[in-house]
Write a protein that binds this ligand. Structure first.
Ligand code: 3HC
Length: 284
């Protein structure tokens, strides 16, 4: 099956990045947000990213305009009816995701492949909300989507082999590196990353070292681009808390139990870069 037209549901941080990546690879993309205001914000962030790319001489002004010309924004889910592949990137809430998958199943022709960018929920739960569980996969991109090379391609126990291969080849056509993963909560990366991030918070709670020294140790000792606290602020403490809770619910393993400090910071509104304060202060 050939993918000619891509749909993206959600134009937040991940949805906008995914729409941009697909348009950069030459696909016409229709991206849907629930309100015009949120859609404008998402499209604006794509515009800004590409403009920075022009300033950094990564692409020309003409290429930027061509990419933007391939992206059509909408607030109507029905406008995704002509897409061959639709990637869902709405909030990490199974009820909302199931609603989206159920609605897409009614709107799209039977051959359309439906994918989720979930980072922690199981794909089969969304597949079960459709009449085409064999045509549902996970396509998990990483933040920032336009820069991160990896995409986890997730096959459920119901995914058709040809659909999986099509999704895998599609990821390659985006210039990304696909890896195949089973439909277990967290797939490969978050299965390993979340215990690491939570472990760093526990180490801080226990007074092992300062957050600055823990970050420095992991960057210089392991060659990571960001230390765990820089990464927590980057990903968002609320997102990490939500993902950890979902994984804990699934595995019932204390490795995934959110430490009290994480919960307190989320309650206080210290969400990381997006709120101006997390483990570090971004207001200055
Ligand atoms: N357009 C084009 N290229 C751009 C760009 C733009 N707007 N902005 C940056 N770039 C390019 C730069 O030119 C540079 O390219 P070069 O190496 O060829 O010169 C490269 O991207 C890096 O940019 P910067 O130098 O500005 O930034 P950093 O070197 O500080 O890297 C980062 C930023 C890529 C975010 C890096 O810090 C990083 O990899 N951090 C870790 C991110 C990470 O782990 N993400 C995963 C989070 S977990 C997740 O998403 C899972 C979820 O489910 C929770």
């Amino acid at each position: 099956m050939q993918i000619k037209h891509v749909g993206v549901v959600g134009c937040g941080l991940m949805g906008s990045g995914i729409a941009q990546v697909c348009a950069q690879a030459g696909y016409p993309v229709t991206v849907r947000e629930i309100s015009q205001d949120l859609l404008d914000k998402g499209l604006q962030s794509i515009h800004k990213f590409l403009s920075t790319g022009v300033e950094r001489k990564k692409l020309t002004e003409e290429q930027k305009n061509q990419i933007l010309g391939r992206i059509k924004g909408t607030t109507r889910l029905e406008d995704l009816g002509n897409c061959d592949l639709i990637i869902e990137a709405v909030v990490e809430d199974i009820h909302i995701k199931k609603e989206v998958f159920g609605a897409l199943d009614k709107i799209c022709p039977p051959e359309t492949i439906l994918a989720s960018n979930t980072s922690s929920l199981t794909i089969i739960e969304m597949a079960a909300a459709t009449g085409r569980p064999d045509r549902v996969v996970g396509l998990h991109f990483f933040n920032p989507a336009p820069l991160m090379k990896l995409v986890e391609v997730v096959r459920t126990i119901a995914t058709n082999d040809e659909v999986f291969q099509t999704a895998f080849e599609f990821v390659k056509s985006l210039g990304k590196e696909p890896v195949a993963a089973k439909d277990n909560s967290g797939f490969i990366v978050n299965f390993l990353l979340i215990p690491y991030l939570l472990g760093a918070i526990r180490a801080l709670e226990n007074g092992l070292a300062s957050k600055e020294d823990i970050d420095k140790a992991m960057k210089l000792g392991c060659g990571y681009p960001m230390g765990p606290f820089e990464l927590l602020d980057f990903v968002g403490l609320d997102t990490t808390y939500k993902v950890a809770n979902i994984l804990f619910e699934e595995y019932r393993d204390r490795l995934y139990a959110p430490p009290p400090l994480l919960k307190k910071m989320v309650l206080a509104g210290y969400l990381g870069r997006k709120s101006g304060k997390g483990f570090y202060d971004y207001t200055k």
